[in-house]
Write a protein that binds this ligand. Sequence first.
Ligand SMILES: [Zn+2]
Length: 235
Amino acid sequence: MHQKHKLTILAVVAHPDDTEFGIAGSVARWTAEGHTVIYCIVTDGAAGSNEPSIDPQTLVETRRAEQVAAAAVTGVHDVRFLGYPDGALQPTLELRRAITRLIREVRPDRVVCQDPTTYFFGHNYINHPDHRAVGEATIYAVFPSAETRYIFPELLAEGLEPHKVSELYLDLTLHPDTYVDISDTIDRKLTAVGCHRSQVGPDAITMVREWAAEAGARSGFAFAEAFRVLRLVEQ
Ligand SMILES: [Zn+2]
């Protein structure tokens, strides 16, 4: 029997829970198909509550545990936390280097991140600046930093050779061109969303289900997740 090529997929997002809201249905499908998915959560999630009685450091630990549990629901058992301050992220060279380091270490075929060109959703929602910052740092880590030997030469000294990423999947995008059918994995996605107990209640789970149904209606599936996909060619 023909053995399909198994991919390594790296998803880089701003906050603990972004993978669940955005891509967990696709991730559950990919891991079920035998691909390996790794999560990188860039911020610490400390700003995830406006409740004065909640200690931010306790919240960081709670959200880490929630993220690890949510990832496991969709077959992800390798979650990296970079620990940057939540809500104050900038697409600095330092962040780009940190993501480049990770790309060169795990050597993904596909990178998934948040579309940095999204400022607004419709007429009532401003995209979180951390999402844009992570997206910008990640796309430029993918190209040119990860594949170019003498960008961040200090990484060579760590034994991290250049790596070419083949595909870039952008979520939170206003320009979707690819829909992943998550009809078989919507229940796992919603279970994963529900793991973020400090962040979500039943209303959020209903909302996520509606988003997936809307994306499905646009693409001929019961439930879907939308991406803008770039297939990166050799220079
Ligand atoms: Zn977020």
